[in-house]
Write a protein that binds this ligand. Sequence first.
Ligand code: ZN
Length: 697
Amino acid sequence: MYSEAKEKSLYADGIKLLQKNQFEIEDIDLLKEVINFADYRYYVLSNSVFADVEYDTLFKALQKLEERFPNKITADSPTQRVAKGISEKFQTVAHLVPMLSLDNTYNADDLIDWDSRCKELSGLNEIEYCVEPKYDGASISLIYDHNQLQRGATRGDGIMGEEITPNIKQIRSIPLRANFSNNSLEQIEIRGEAIIHKEVFTQFNAQRISEGQQPLANPRNAASGTLRMLDSREVSKRRLSAVLYHVSYFSLKAGQVMPESLKTHYDTILLLHQNGFPTPINEMKRFRHIDEVIQFCHDFEAGRDHLPYEVDGLVIKVNSIALQEKMGMTAHHPRWAVAFKFKARQATSQLQRVEFQVGRTGSVTPVAKINPVAIGGVMVSSVSLFNEDVVREKDLYIGDVVLVERAGDVIPYIVKALPEMRTGKEIPIVFPTHCPDCGELLEKPEGEAVWRCINISCPSQVVERLAHFCSKDAMDIRGMGISNVKKFYELGILNDIPGLYRIDWRRVHSLEGFGEKSINNLQQAIEASKTQPLHRLIYGLGIRHVGETMAKTLAQAVSDISDFYSWTIENYLPLEDVGPKVGASVFDFFALAENREIIQSLVEAGLNTRCQKQGSEGTSATFSGKTFLFTGTLSQLKRSEAEAMVENLGGKIATSVSSKLNYLIVGNEAGSKLEKAKKLTTISILSEEQFLTLVHP
Ligand SMILES: [Zn+2]
């Protein structure tokens, strides 16, 4: 898309722009170009060039200039992606070419039959096939007119879809302007799939659960539901991705001849790739023998769990477009393409009983116990039913035969009961009126779907709260998982959160399974938690409706946790994403004397309760709280010098490449760390020079 020289000059332009104090009308075009470049690197290549704050600075500069000079706003300006609000409803639009579904194959024999039919229809002995992943998301169609994104639509019934252009613009990897270098195209329709990466989906659901909402069933439903949301601001929060894998229509400008690059399927995708579109080009394979196709299908299926997104099969297409046109289509399917479907990740089983589990906020969750059944290689015997409404909606009875689905890393869920299998002996599911653990009368506040035990000392809640405090995303105290917490609690070694910091280790020594080494590790993990940043502590305290993101917002708003003691509800409302419900919940938490006592005990134990403000004296906004890792040999700095620079500016040095890493700085002869980092979408990969520019902007 960008030549190396162009990338360098755009990067230099970006740095120059960042050094400016004031922006003028003549900066608009360059700002757009640099931001589009940054978007492409981040969203398409997953390899960002600017730090988040730097990107925001450029973006805000462009927004301000456009406010001053509104006639300079163009439809392809990156600011035009900004979600505008709620649309009334979607218009129905006709597809330029019907979006047909694909015929399915399930095994090698089906593929061999299909190959024979293709040869028969074409009269050829050998056909080149293209194989690509079948993404499990929601189909989309995009029309670019004279390079400009004109319309985005859902598949609908294949003939008519819904126009969802404002939502499509929230998918940052989709270019608003297609700079087809070969300028012979007048109009082009591109098809593909909107998907949600597994990691994004898991985080999204964790957030929903922590805010007391129901999790979404699977990434596919989440993607298709998101595309059809009426409020594009909500869409932008869901972090959709896209893969574009088919050019379904194009028209040429008068007098232009068909470019070479549109003669095979592979080359059309390559053309899209070269023009900045997200495509499956790196996953695409070409084969001349169906045996090779079959082998590839089996290998790919075996590795499906390791992909960052969900696939439900592979698509095999005839590569030559002329041949595709010759073969044509039936009323339902094209004859030149077929789907190879992977084994279903659904199974039926019998619902044996329902257990009611008490969570850390006292919520009582029904959990279905089913006859153990293997789904996609994992035994499933326990499936959450979330709340009473879900049980009623799905009309479940004990004894029912139920359809269970498990998609990749996603938690299994019950799709539906099969009422036709009922014998008449099924029993209704009865919700308890009292807490199954402490016996307290359960309550269900108006407008909520969840029954709660409001006894704050209910043993299940105490154990869950402690385990939450120690969990990886909160204070990250390794070794204090739910089973150890429960054991310590039952033996009276640990009663509450401050108790973690005054455990009587002599008693732990006498327990079975706790050797010198594991006790040492535990002690170290507890000690290390004292220096965790404030937002982890706030999240760990388990305030209702406060997930990880909200905890960060809250932490950034104060210099010490005790600042909240003097806040009124009105102080919370201006914070991002805080509504009256969240505001009241946080206010109530800090108003309670018991909670203040807990915090006081934690201060006395030496825990950090202060917030390192971004951009405050001595630290840099780019570095504060961010993690850095160096790999390869640096030419201008010693490794130790570079690491000290990071730490002096408020950053941290990581020990390995993981999704927690923010920056990887690459010297000469970098090896596996670089390869690994390239696969993770969130890491910025910098050269030594770029790193120095961050240090001395
Ligand atoms: Zn209880």
